[in-house]
Design a protein around this ligand. Structure first.
Ligand SMILES: Nc1ncnc2c1ncn2[C@@H]1O[C@H](COP(=O)(O)OP(=O)(O)OP(=O)(O)O)[C@@H](O)[C@H]1O
Ligand SMILES: [Mg+2]
Length: 318
């Protein structure tokens, strides 16, 4: 490698627009995959003839095997447009601490539909993360009902719930929830392992996603060897691994500088607008509201109001 090449490589590595470029590639990333798998039958599957080797220009999500992830629950959604994807009715979450009870959520009613970009906005301690855990079916309510794709989650066996959740929801947690003993690449691979993805294909997908978030050169690093923003990007890559129809994010920009945060949000915006993915973000960051199609204001465990947003104007409905 010549000195000029080394400098060029260095420059592109440091240039945030490189990250953006790669993030933008997700558009084709999902476009291609939808053609083959989500539509109807797999009448056309081989899009490039580049079967061997990890060529990052090729999209592993366009191959046949992504159909295994898009099957059943995820595919059902497209036929169920009028049904909410997630529905909460009179949901309470009460934490017990010894003798003391604390109601973190108090009677939440909320329906979330396919294609929404929903922002749940509220101050620290208002119940956002608690709500996210319930929306993501990671926790069960103390009272009330949570429906995921019309199924009452309390009636599903844990293994069945885990399977549906794994197919339908990509999580970006406030604290990243990366496994400290696993490398960047292994963390991204994790959800694919739960889906019993073919190992070779899973590796291609992980490599592709790490390229998309600009972390190909960090794939062997442990989380402790990454910056906060890099960890967040690993969490995002991981959330996209199974190509889920719903992305649930808890303060996705909380640990990022504003520029990187904007890239991430534009990226999620692209997934919503171009791919019709349902994005749910819980945050206290008012800036995120501009991306929303609907804003749920939460305070002290209750919904204060809900706003529907159409471009620059918003209409209060509650
Ligand atoms: N396991 C728990 N046991 C007892 N109380 C809890 C527990 N988890 C959360 N809480 C309380 O429930 C309330 C809501 O917490 P939650 O984490 O949902 O807030 P949040 O809106 O996400 O805040 P932040 O913006 O700071 O992340 C807080 O008052 C918190 O102290
Ligand atoms: Mg929180």
């Amino acid at each position: 490698m010549t000195l000029t090449e080394i400098i060029e490589t260095f420059k592109t590595k440091l240039n945030p627009s490189k990250i953006m470029d790669s993030l933008e590639r997700t558009a084709s990333f999902y476009d291609e995959s939808e053609n083959g798998s989500l539509g109807s039958d797999s009448d056309e599957s081989d899009s490039g003839g580049n079967e061997s080797g990890v060529d990052l220009k090729s999209n592993p999500y366009s191959s046949l095997a992504s159909g295994s992830v898009k099957s059943s629950e995820a595919a059902r959604i497209t036929r169920n447009e009028k049904e909410p994807l997630i529905k909460l009715t009179d949901v309470w979450k009460i934490y017990q601490m010894g003798e003391v009870e604390f109601a973190a959520l108090k009677g939440i009613d909320l329906e979330i539909y396919e294609g929404e970009f929903l922002v749940v906005l509220g101050p620290s301690g208002s119940g956002k993360s608690t709500l996210m855990n319930l929306l993501g079916c990671l926790d069960i309510p103390s009272e009330g009902t949570v429906f995921l794709n019309s199924s009452d989650i309390s009636e599903l066996a844990e293994s069945e719930l885990a399977r549906i959740r794994g197919q339908m929801i990509g999580f970006i947690f406030q604290s990243f929830n990366l496994i400290p003993t696993l490398s960047t690449e292994e963390n991204v691979l994790l959800p694919l392992e739960f889906q019993e993805e073919d190992v070779q294909l899973a590796r291609k997908k992980a490599a592709y996603l790490l390229d998309i978030v600009g972390l190909s050169d960090k794939r062997k690093n442990l989380p402790s060897q990454l910056s906060g923003g890099q960890r967040q990007r690993v969490a995002i890559a991981r959330s996209l691994a199974v190509n889920p129809p719903i992305i649930l994010a808890d303060e996705p920009t909380g640990n990022l500088d504003s520029k990187t945060g904007d890239y991430i949000l534009d990226f999620l915006d692209g997934l919503n607008k171009k791919e019709g993915k349902t994005i749910i973000i819980v945050t206290h960051d008012l800036d995120i509201v501009k991306h929303a199609t609907r804003v749920v204001y939460i305070r002290d465990g209750e919904i204060e109001k809900i706003e529907i947003r159409t471009k620059n104007e918003s209409e209060e409905i509650k």
